[in-house]
Design a protein. Structure first.
Length: 208
């Protein structure tokens, strides 16, 4: 719960700053230019992979995760469904803030649904990664592999954030906002006993 509160407060503060100053922050453009100047080479496919989760594809994948949970681990369905509500928070904030997408940089992405802040992709990968590690790897893998799965999840989230900056879909502050909303809501979900008890029993804390 502590992580959820801290991330939630930081997300709220960042959102207020973006509302007050919708233009890119002083650090956004330099970081965007630096990231886009990198030679992604053989990893270009990853940008395509991440971008594919836009719009209805992302919604469909999220719905499929909930359905699969219901079919194969039914007791976890309320937890997964509630944690997926981060998307509602993201969409509400996205519409209220209405921050324009990046412009004036080497790479930009056209025909995108929604606005720039916060990044829905990053929030999505936070949600999906945490669910995968906690529900699939926790108590099923040796400790070393469990830790490795967390490291892999963190690499995936960081790579997705860099990808969204590289293709010009978001400013760096947008992906920070997406990360914070994803962490805040997902950690909140795993902090609610009524959701976690059917899945993890009477454990006082969920070892994430």
């Amino acid at each position: 719960m502590t992580v959820a509160i801290v991330a939630g407060v930081l997300f709220t503060l960042l959102t207020l700053l973006v509302l007050a100053h919708p233009a890119p922050f002083f650090f956004d453009r330099p970081i965007e230019v630096a990231v886009q100047s990198a030679n992604v080479g053989p990893f270009a496919w990853f940008n395509t992979f991440v971008s594919a989760f836009a719009g209805f594809v992302g919604v469909g994948v999220g719905a499929a995760v909930i359905v699969l949970t219901f079919l194969f681990r039914r007791r976890a369905t309320p937890l997964v469904a509630f944690s997926a509500m981060y998307a509602a928070v993201y969409n509400i904030v996205n519409i209220i803030v209405s921050r324009p997408r990046p412009s004036g940089v080497a790479h930009t992405t056209s025909n995108l649904i929604g606005y720039s802040y916060p990044s829905g992709h990053v929030g999505f990968f936070v949600w999906l990664s945490v669910l995968a590690v906690v529900l699939l790897a926790r108590n099923r893998l040796p400790r070393a592999l469990y830790i490795a799965s967390w490291l892999l999840a963190m690499v995936l989230v960081a790579a997705s954030a860099l990808s969204r900056v590289y293709v010009g879909a978001h400013w760096p502050s947008d992906v920070v906002g997406g990360f914070l909303v994803g962490v805040a809501w997902t950690c909140l979900s795993f902090s609610l006993g009524r959701l976690t008890k059917p899945v993890f029993g009477n454990e006082r804390k969920v070892r994430m």
